[in-house]
Design a protein. Structure first.
Length: 276
């Protein structure tokens, strides 16, 4: 769920799937749109010498895509042993139940409604399937149940929709909250500094090799938009729709409904902090 703006740094060419790091391979779902860019990135994670794999975000309910994910893992000599979700939006989780059926795996997620056959995910959890080390990072804001996964061996973070490979994401009001989202971005910035995370493996768009630059861009973008919304209100634009028309005039109108969700989250934030 994105707006078409450019990120700084060195995005890798294209977003057509394939190996991204020593332990991460992308299979691109066939669901391109203005909101999903080229489509949803389904990630296959595995230690190079292991025959077990973890899949993050099997994507929409598309039988051919789900089977392609399994075939890609098998071609690399891996069996899918666990399924994880970054959050509950259907372009990431819609195919999870069918994927679990095809692979015989459990689905682990923060939201209990999305879990299948096993335990959930919590802050500080470490996934160790097949020797893989994957740390669960709490990153609410895009949605209340948003998670990221830190892959320390590759200096990478799987960011779901919290940070995208191109453009910026929405704060999906009322489930998403701007204050939470800003805290999550700061948490990711700390991860880039303290844990030497350099690579972003996003839920949509190309891989980014400048994780800190991407997070800094997001923080600056949010500060700029928040100031623009505050100015729009001061200029007499009172409803979310009026603010969208004033602040997002340069954005394709097809994305205005999504922009309105972020504006509502920003208005709530400004009210909570006594700024409007």
């Amino acid at each position: 769920m994105t707006y078409p703006t450019d990120l700084p740094g060195r995005p890798r060419p294209g977003a057509a799937g394939g190996p991204a790091t020593a332990r991460a391979t992308c299979v691109l779902a066939p669901n391109p749109s203005a909101m999903t860019l080229e489509g949803t990135n389904t990630w296959i994670l595995a230690e190079p010498d292991s025959d077990l794999a973890v899949v993050v975000d099997p994507g929409p309910l598309d039988e051919s895509h789900l089977r392609e994910v399994i075939a890609t893992a098998e071609a690399a000599g891996k069996r899918v042993a666990l399924t994880l979700l970054t959050h509950g939006h259907a372009d990431h989780s819609g195919g999870a139940a069918r994927f679990a059926e095809l692979t015989g795996t459990h689905v682990r997620a923060l939201d209990p409604a999305l879990r299948l056959g096993g335990e959930g995910l919590g802050v500080g959890d470490v996934i160790t399937t097949g020797g893989l080390e994957l740390h669960v990072i709490s990153t609410p804001g895009h949605t209340a149940d948003s998670l990221c996964f830190h892959l320390p061996a590759d200096g990478a973070v799987l960011s779901g929709d919290t940070v995208l490979g191109r453009g910026t994401t929405i704060v999906a009001h009322p489930d998403g909250r701007l204050g939470d989202y800003l805290d999550s971005l700061r948490r990711l910035r700390a991860l880039t500094v303290e844990e030497d995370v350099e690579v972003v493996l996003p839920g949509h768009g190309p891989v980014l090799d400048d994780a800190r630059g991407a997070v800094e861009f997001y923080l600056a973008h949010r500060a700029k938009r928040l100031a623009q919304v505050e100015t729009a209100v001061e200029n007499g634009h009172r409803t979310a729709g009026e603010v969208v028309a004033a602040v997002y005039a340069d954005v394709d109108r097809a994305l205005w409904p999504a922009a309105e969700l972020s504006v509502r989250a920003q208005l709530d934030y400004l009210e909570e902090h006594g700024l409007i």
